[in-house]
Write a new protein. Sequence first.
Length: 139
Amino acid sequence: MKSFRKELFFSLPKRFGLVNITEDVTQALEESGITEGLVLVNSMHITASVFINDDEPGLHEDYYTWLERMAPHAPISRYHHNKTGEDNGDAHLKRQIMGRSVTVAITEGRLDLGTWERIFYGEFDGRRRKRVLVKIIGE
Ligand code: ZN
């Protein structure tokens, strides 16, 4: 069995942002030379997510609205976590809702995704450099 590891880096200008990283993961798969196996993609930060859904701008607006309704950023005093001096209590909760990682099958050298499935990086406390791990195992 072969294994391959790569980190992707992101530095989004705002607190919230969604980035389609399907091409980055495809590139990592090509670099790995693996044609049958699994790829794990996970955020290495507790205020960011990796998830799979549609690359449709209206849906991305809906995510923002939905997440802000469940875990509004302000007032920051509403979160016990912010008593530590941080202001990202909401971002930890948003990350929990949107998930840490995805696993995708690799078949005949390609990501075996559904028709409309795309891989996204979800940022909930941006304006600093963050990492995503791509780990690929197989033959
Ligand atoms: Zn925090």
